[in-house]
Design a protein around this ligand. Structure first.
Ligand SMILES: *Cc1c(COP(=O)(O)O)cnc(C)c1O
Length: 825
């Protein structure tokens, strides 16, 4: 944003809005689009975006309370409660944001690189930054902000100090790229590659490439790989006036890579550019990295950087960590390790993530100097100190010479400073950390992994890794096939299908599911104690837990007259004796819990004659929603349920939510979604329907590491009571996971497999309580190497099949002693 901001008059003229109300708040400096995370600063403007599921207008009152004074809206509002606010009405808030960003972009005349393609956008953008930050003051997209909202937010960060921009653009549907083009207007384009993501929304690969190429409508030059035939054909056809710069590993191109020499941990590339042979050595070996590097090599050549400098810069390239790990820390701490490049924008995002933790009440941030920022230190660390203050961090540890120099900026927070990571580790003790949420955010050279190691609770090496990003993507996929008004109850029973209740519940609450459901009251209690506030239904409310449930505002499923009577009694002896929300379960053929159809009329009378409880929802459960053969049975269940709920509604004279669909129901009978659905297994990325498996991503992987490798001679046995002898000399690896961890003994003796170094290794001998042996004769592996028991390479269905069970059982059998590690991209 401009240093001076925009006046609201100028802003209004740009977006073509109408003032609903003016106040003395008349300068716009910072954009807020997410009511859950923002930094209150002078000049904050909130854009009330409306999505298919969420409506920003609903949060205006809260934001006003928190101090935001300028709003851009597309719906009329009750201005009575917003006396001091400036409110601007536009037709479409997203369009207004995009128009504003496009206008802002036009104020700058320096080179702007636009990166698009199916994969590698964020890495190319980050590496472009690493290669060029010494020569330019660069503005780049924070993290992977490449969407219809993310791009305008990124571009609006441009200010007078910058003289180079790098932005990424991602699309999932036709007609999205024109909008992003107007906002980024790249002068230089990079097309990374093309792959399957989002193909379902395009009729052909050509259509998808054509859409992406629209980003370069006004670019002076476009860099791409000549070896992708589809891309080359489309570039030639669609980008006529632009200067095209291609590279190739096989045919003559602007940069022809003539030799690729794999070295120990690096790769030497030799190529010919404008008739001259050049070479670089890069500390990477994977084909994907080499592809990204070739794009960037051509970029630097185009920018006329001299060869010696290019070579130096590439040697210094470091990998870009794109995920954030959430771990159990020592003494009840939650540890968030964000190794993503440290810069002010990603620090902001990380601090918001820290504050989003509610398990502990205290917040600690351990932050290193921010290197490569291109900003002057005083300005930079004033911003950091402001962030720490505004996010109400309780304790701050600053590590590095620059932070030490500027320590006087850090007021209103308990702060300590150290020159180096080693000094920090020498000075603090483990007892200094207890029951707090801790963020680790360090530039790579500060080696914060040593601090992570120090603060992490030590457990054995088997972990269940839960990818929360994928879980949210699964949630969003399910949302995309539901009507916007249909509510979602997320099932987090049984420790969230083994994934970890609190962490899963928190991310779901954050992503605005409407309800959670647990199996037992105590699961709900611990969620409440950890700060979860959205409504929670309890599926198996035991009579003995009714008082506790009421105390923690947990909502019971009521399935019989007996449970109803007891619950009414408990309510009358508590303070909560009016309109307590309950959920009525109806049996329509599952024959588990529930009222039968011929109970409904009596139930209606009992409920109508009291005001202690109020029916919040009425539901039933499908017995065979995942089986084609039971379709007519399922339809009958749905019809019976409709009948029963109508009967009950006529007795009660008020509306309630109706729901019957579980995951496979949602996927197969979307016409029966009614008011709410109960989402379980699909959230965790699992479905028995092949057609949906492509859309859902499994979130859990069980991982461990090799403890020991030994050579065992033919004729010998492995482990307890060896049934068979080895037929040949073999290499056997021991892994620290056994049936006590949830790896069933049935998988022993060649039935099950694990995945090591891109190979399948069969389990040999009997599985022990805490250990298992696998045959790695054919695998090139070492002690300490990672082993996947199930996950992205070995799917859980196969394992369930070997065990003659279903994935639900495999997941919920993973023992509590296996640490859960949560990752986010
Ligand atoms: C577990 C459960 C669900 C969720 O089932 P999935 O198949 O995992 O989606 C829905 N409703 C009830 C009553 C449940 O117990």
């Amino acid at each position: 944003m401009l240093k001076s901001g925009y006046t609201i008059e100028d802003f209004n003229a740009i977006v073509g809005g109408d003032f609903l109300q003016k106040s003395q708040h008349n300068i716009i400096k910072h954009i807020v689009t997410d009511s859950r995370k923002f930094e209150l600063r002078e000049g904050c403007v909130f854009f009330a975006l409306t999505g298919s599921r969420s409506n920003g207008h609903a949060y205006i009152k809260d934001l006003y309370h928190s101090g935001v004074r300028i709003f851009v809206v597309s719906q009329n509002l009750d201005l009575n409660n917003l006396a001091q606010a400036t409110v601007i009405l536009v037709d479409d808030t997203l369009q207004a944001l995009q128009k504003f960003a496009a206008h802002h972009r036009d104020l700058f005349h320096f080179p702007v690189v636009g990166v698009t393609g199916s994969n590698g956008k964020t890495i190319v953008k980050e590496w472009a930054y690493q290669l060029l930050y010494r020569d330019f003051h660069i503005i780049r997209s924070p993290k992977s902000y490449n969407s219809q909202v993310g791009v305008p937010l990124s571009v609006l960060l441009m200010n007078e100090n910058h003289n180079f921009g790098v932005f990424e653009a991602g699309i999932s549907q036709p007609h999205e790229m024109q909008k992003l083009e107007k906002i980024i207007k790249p002068t230089i384009g990079i097309f990374t590659n093309i792959g399957p993501p989002h193909q379902e929304n395009f009729s052909s690969v050509d259509e998808k490439i054509g859409e992406k190429l629209k980003l370069f409508a006004h670019s002076n030059v476009v860099i791409y790989c000549r070896d992708h035939n589809d891309i080359h054909r489309n570039v030639k056809r669609k980008l006529k006036s632009q200067n095209l710069l291609s590279w190739s590993m096989s045919i003559p191109a602007d940069l022809t890579i003539s030799l690729i020499e794999p070295l120990e941990k690096s790769t030497k590339l030799t190529g010919v550019y404008k008739g001259k042979t050049k070479s670089i050595t890069v500390p990477f070996t994977s084909p994907a990295s080499i592809e990204n590097i070739c794009h960037l090599w051509l970029l630097l050549l185009y920018l006329e950087m001299d060869d010696e400098k290019i070579s130096r810069r590439f040697q210094e390239l470091t990998s870009v960590a794109m995920r954030l790990e959430q771990l159990d820390g020592i003494n009840g701490c939650v540890l968030i390790n964000d190794a993503y490049n440290s810069d002010i924008n990603s620090l902001t995002i990380a601090l918001d993530y820290l504050k989003f933790q509610s398990k502990n009440k205290r917040y600690t941030a351990i932050v290193s100097d921010i290197l490569q920022s291109g900003e002057d230190e005083q300005t930079l660390y004033t911003r950091v100190a402001d962030l720490i203050r505004s996010r109400k961090i309780d304790r701050f540890f600053g590590i590095g010479k620059e932070l030490l120099t500027h320590k006087s900026l850090f007021t209103e927070v308990e702060a300590r400073f150290f020159e180096t990571t080693s000094q920090f580790l020498k000075t603090v003790s483990k007892n200094d950390f207890s029951k707090e949420n801790i963020l680790l955010k360090g530039s790579r050279s500060f080696e914060f992994e040593r601090i992570a190691d120090f603060l992490q609770e030590k457990s054995h090496e088997t972990v269940l890794e839960i990818d929360l990003t994928k879980m949210v993507e699964n949630l969003n996929y399910v949302r995309s096939i539901l009507h916007p008004a249909t509510q979602i109850m997320a099932m987090v029973k049984a420790f969230a299908y083994g994934a970890g209740s609190y962490d899963v519940a928190r991310i779901l609450e954050y992503n605005r599911v409407d309800y959670l459901a647990v199996a037992y009251a105590d699961e709900g209690v611990s969620l409440r104690e950890d700060g979860i506030t959205i409504p929670i239904m309890v599926l198996n409310p035991e009579l003995s837990s009714y008082d506790t449930m009421i105390r923690y505002r947990l909502e019971p499923q009521i399935f019989s007259f007996r449970t109803l009577e007891y619950f009414l009694k408990s309510l009358r002896s508590s303070n909560e004796s009016e309109n307590y929300p309950i959920h009525i379960k109806i049996n329509t053929g599952m024959n588990r819990l529930g009222f039968d159809l011929n109970d409904i009329s009596k139930l209606g009378e009992v409920l109508a004659n009291q005001n202690n409880v109020r029916v919040k929802s009425v539901f039933s459960h499908l017995a065979a929603s995942d089986e084609e053969a039971f379709e007519s049975f399922t339809r009958k269940q749905i019809e019976e349920f409709k009948l029963a709920s109508e009967m009950l509604e006529s007795k009660l004279n008020h509306r309630f939510l109706r729901h019957i669909l579980n995951s496979s129901g949602i996927l197969r009978y979307p016409d029966a979604q009614m008011d709410m659905v109960r989402l379980g297994l699909a959230l965790y990325g699992i479905t028995t329907h092949a057609e949906f498996q492509e859309k859902l991503q499994p979130v859990s992987s069980l991982k461990t590491v090799i403890s020991q490798i030994r050579e065992v001679k033919a004729g010998e046995g492995i482990g307890y009571s060896p049934k068979t002898r080895l037929v040949k000399n073999s290499k056997i690896a021991v892994i620290p996971v056994g049936y006590a961890d949830g790896l069933p003994r049935l998988l022993g003796n060649g039935v099950g497999n694990v995945w090591i170094k891109n190979s399948v290794a069969p389990i040999v001998g009997n599985i022990c309580m805490d250990m298992t042996m696998v045959d790695v004769t054919a695998v090139n592996c070492n002690e300490g190497d990672e082993v996947e028991v199930f996950g992205s390479h070995l799917d859980i269905y196969e394992m369930a099949e070997h065990l003659q069970t279903i994935p639900y059982e495999v997941l919920t059998n993973i023992s509590q002693r296996v640490k859960r590690v949560f990752i986010q991209e």
